[in-house]
Design a protein around this ligand. Structure first.
Ligand code: ATP
Ligand code: MG
Length: 615
């Protein structure tokens, strides 16, 4: 590869569009350009990196016996209707790009492939004798992300390796899941990445056990909570912990307390000396489902705890499964009250208690508003407001024998309330967000520590959710039909490339791990006007190429300093400088990471490099 033919445009300054260092460097070093929001071109150097990663993924997947396929990206809506995911993926906050074809049929651009692969399995797998099988592909995925950002980290079009396994029983699924865990660890290690495996939420994909692989980096979007002994690590979305003990409240019977202007936990604490753990706070939310139901939800939390929105969404999906997919959860606010023409309850939000009466949701008689938020033409039923609260309480709130809470009237709280005073008990669920510093469940002497991570892989045990929905059955040894067991396993190939930069760079640019570097070596001709230098560089370039070394030749008519800077920025592991020494057959070898320089005879270059590249 001759750099003069590369259309290489490097930037000295950080581009305004990039926030994190890996994104800045990939733009500055000419690896990528943004075409539109979340959509990037993979330029020649980046494409080589992506292919190297893909090849490592391919080798490790093949070694487990998995088979490579390529599935359609355009997927018919009816498959997704059958799995029950069409509405959830296309309406509300759904992330599937979708369109209507010339026959008037709806299609989605694949964000993931459970539906397609399960349909194929239904067709092709007949008997337990064919099992287990594991199929994978490396392909562009489409997701209309709500917040595309950080370049390749969260794109709307990106490359993923996705694999799907089918099994006769759960034990076989667990075996393949363990094989994938091993393959993933080898893949990330071979790519030169430091990763941690963490317990994960299964999200919209569904299923039971799941584990994410995180590249540890400050810029990571995910918060990982882990114990120092290494026995527990989880994504905060999923993490559990022991909350601190609540401070007991005095034994006095329940009393009203005048609290004008004290609408926050902080204000109550400041005015009356309560501990936040003595207060039950109430969050008013509304959840919208695919069948049109808008369900008001009243969540009670201990005052010192925060809501984990992922846990809430999972609880709502489980409790109200009959209403179809959960499309969105939004706070009930003034606009909501207005939209649904609710009778103003005259209770400011800061004074609500867990026993807020259902008749707060009485309607003034006007027609209901259109939607919770302005979702564009959703394929779902028109919204219909439920006239009672779904009452949920986090375990830590329900554990309080006596507490402070709003009195459901302005300027007033109750002190010493008990759940028995407040009517029927809410449903108890784990809703609190685990926090750094919390005690661990497995060993309360350990505390959770936080690190940030970039999720590069995710493996799931799906169970029989999709096979049941899509009628993918097989005949078991006893001759009976039963649904297949399934697993699915993803790696964000393009995200991984950028995560590698986030973990491997210095002040001068990228420091690619050798295994995924676009080229191993760059030969720089210091002065293009010196025929001896040109001649020697060309000769070495030819020799290295013939020996199978992946080599670039910087043959641009630029100052040597510019070329050295670019070589560092691009991050090629070894730089060979052909300069003044060319006359006596001397060259310089510089390693990108250590910056170590070595003068050597041109004749020795190949042997020397071979030792470093393929030890
Ligand atoms: P995230 O939580 O980051 O949104 P996800 O849980 O939706 O990801 P999966 O459905 O598990 O992702 O997809 C498998 C892998 O694909 C992820 O582990 C991640 O590495 C990658 N990935 C997911 N979304 C994107 C995206 N928008 N851009 C780039 N890579 C992505
Ligand atoms: Mg995930």
């Amino acid at each position: 590869m001759r750099v003069s033919r590369l259309m290489l445009v490097t930037l000295r300054d950080d581009p305004a569009e990039a926030e994190i260092v890996s994104h800045k460097l990939l733009l500055r070093a000419g690896y990528t350009r943004r075409i539109s929001s979340g959509i990037y071109a993979y330029l020649p150097l980046l494409w080589r990196v992506l292919q190297k990663i893909s090849q490592i993924v391919r080798e490790e997947m093949n070694a487990t016996g998995a088979l490579e396929v390529l599935l359609p990206q355009l997927q018919p809506a009816d498959l997704w209707e059958r799995s029950g995911r069409w509405a959830g993926y296309t309406a509300g906050e759904g992330i599937m790009f979708h369109l209507t074809d010339r026959q008037g049929r709806e299609q989605g651009l694949g964000p993931t492939h459970e539906e397609v692969i399960t349909t194929l399995a239904a067709d092709l797998i007949r008997s337990y004798r064919q099992l287990p099988v594991n199929l994978y592909q490396i392909q562009t995925k489409f997701r209309d992300e709500i917040r595309p950002r950080f370049g390749l980290m969260r794109g709307r079009e990106f490359i993923m390796k996705d694999a799907y396994s089918f099994h006769a029983d759960e034990a076989s699924l667990r075996e393949t899941y363990a094989d994938m865990d091993g393959a993933y660890r080898r893949i990330f290690a071979r790519c030169g990445l430091r990763t941690v495996a963490v317990e994960a939420d299964s999200g919209a994909i569904g299923g039971s056990a799941s584990q994410e692989f995180m590249v540890t980096a400050e810029a990571g979007e995910d918060l990982v909570l882990a114990s120092a002994d290494g026995r527990y690590a989880a994504n905060q979305e999923r993490a559990v912990s022991l909350a601190s003990e609540a401070l007991p409240l005095g034994p006095d019977p329940c009393q009203q307390l005048s609290t004008p202007g004290q609408t926050t936990i902080e204000a109550l604490v400041a005015a009356h000396g309560f501990d936040p753990s003595q207060i039950v706070k109430v969050l008013l939310l509304a959840a919208r489902f695919a069948d049109g139901t808008v369900q008001p939800v009243l969540v009670s939390l201990r005052g010192d705890q925060q809501l984990n929105e992922v846990k809430l969404a999972n609880a709502l999906t489980a409790v109200l499964a009959d209403h179809g997919a959960l499309l969105e959860v939004a706070p009930i606010d003034g606009a909501f009250v207005e939209r649904w023409s609710l009778t103003p309850g005259a209770i400011p939000f800061g004074y609500l208690g867990p026993d807020l009466a259902d008749d707060t949701l009485d309607q003034k008689g006007k027609a209901p508003g259109v939607a919770l938020t302005s979702a564009p033409q959703s394929p779902v039923a028109p919204p219909r407001l439920e006239r009672h609260f779904l009452r949920l309480a986090d375990l830590t709130a329900l554990d309080l024998p006596r507490f402070v809470c709003g009195a459901n009237q302005a300027d007033s709280h109750r002190v010493g309330a008990t759940w028995a005073d407040l009517g029927p008990l809410p449903q108890t669920v784990d809703l609190r967000a685990a926090q750094p510093g919390d005690r661990c469940l497995h060993d309360p002497s350990q505390h959770l520590e936080a690190t940030r991570g970039i999720e590069v892989g995710h493996i799931f045990q799906l169970g029989r959710k999709y096979s049941t929905a899509l009628d993918a059955t097989f005949t078991n040894e006893a001759g009976q039909e039963e649904p297949l067991w399934m697993g699915c396993y993803g790696i964000g190939v393009s995200r991984l490339a950028q995560a590698a930069v986030e973990q491997n760079h210095d002040a001068n640019g990228i420091c690619w791990p050798l295994a995924i570097a676009p080229y191993a070596v760059i030969i720089v001709i210091a002065n293009l006007n010196e025929p001896l230098q040109v001649k020697l560089a060309e000769r070495l370039y030819g020799e290295l190429q013939s020996a199978g070394v992946e080599v670039m030749l910087d043959d641009r008519d630029e100052r040597a300093g510019v070329k050295f800077k670019d070589a560092d920025l691009i991050g090629i592991p070894f730089r060979v400088v052909v300069g003044r020494g060319a006359a006596s057959g001397q060259i310089e070898l510089v390693s990108r990471v250590e910056g170590e320089r070595q003068d050597l005879a041109a004749e020795d270059l190949l042997t020397c490099l071979m030792q470093r590249i393929r030890p």
